[in-house]
Design a protein. Sequence first.
Length: 299
Amino acid sequence: MGPGPGHNLRMAKDTDLDALFALPLDEFTAARNALAKNAGKDGAAIKALSKPPLAAWAVNQLYRQDRDHYDALIDAANEMRRTHKAVIEGKRADLRSAGREHELALEAGLKATIGLMKQSGNPVTNAVRQAILNTLRALPADEAPGRLTRALAPGGFEMLAGISPAAAPKRTARTSQDAGTPGPDQKIAPAAKDGRKKADAKAERDAAQAREQRTAERAVRDADQRARRAEFEAARAARDATRTARRLDEVRKAVADAQAELDTAEREDAEAQRTSEAAERRSRDAQAALDTTKSKLLP
C-alpha cells in the first residue's frame, strides 16, 4: 500500500520549511509571511515561527551545507551521552575518550560554521562565535535539525534523567544450618565439616562481592558528581564567556564610534583652521589694498 493522501502535502510543507530556513537571514521574515499566507490552516503556526538569531541561523546552515561535520558532531554527542549513561549504571566506559572525541568534533564543527558565515558575508563577533559554540555543544536538540529558531545552551545532565546507579545484589538471610554451623544437638561429621567450609568460603566470596559492589557504587556516584560539577562549571563558563564576548563587542563598538567622532572632529578642526587662515589672508590683502589706495590718493 502506498503513502496516504496527506503524505505529499506533509512532504511539501517540510520542503517549504527547509527552504525557508535555508534562506539568507534578512529574507526570512518576508518569506515566512508569504509562506504562512498560502498555508491555509497551518498559516498561524508558520507565522509564529521566530526569525533565528545569527548563531542559530549559522548552525542551521552547517546542517544544510556541511552535513559531514554536522553528523560527526551529533554522533560524538550521542556517544558521549551513552558513555555517561553507562558509567552511571555501573558499566565500564571510557569517559575521557568520549569527551575528547566530542571536543574534536565541536572544534571542527565550529570552524566549519564560521567558514560558512564568512562565505555569506555575515560578521563573526566574539559574542556570535561563543553563541555558535554553545549551540553546537547543546546538540542534538528538540527542534528539527536545520530549523533552529533560537541559540541553545548546554543542557547539563537532564539528558540522563531516570538513570539509576546499579544496585547491589540482595543478600538473603542464612540460617545456622544453611551455613553449615551445627546446632547444639548436632555432631559434626566429616561431610558436614566439608560443607561448612564450602559455605563459609561462599559467604566470604559473597561478602567480598558485596564490598566490591559498594565500592563500585561509590565510585560511580563520585564520578557522577564530578561529571555534574564539570558540566555545571562548563555551562557557567560558557555563560560568562558569552557575557564577556558581548561586552568586548560593545566596548569595541564604543571605541570605533569614539574614533569616528574623533576623526570627524579633527576634519572639522582642520577645515576651521583652513577657513581661518583664508580669512586672515583676505583680511591682510584687503588692508594692503587699503593702504595702497590711501598712499595714492592722500598727499
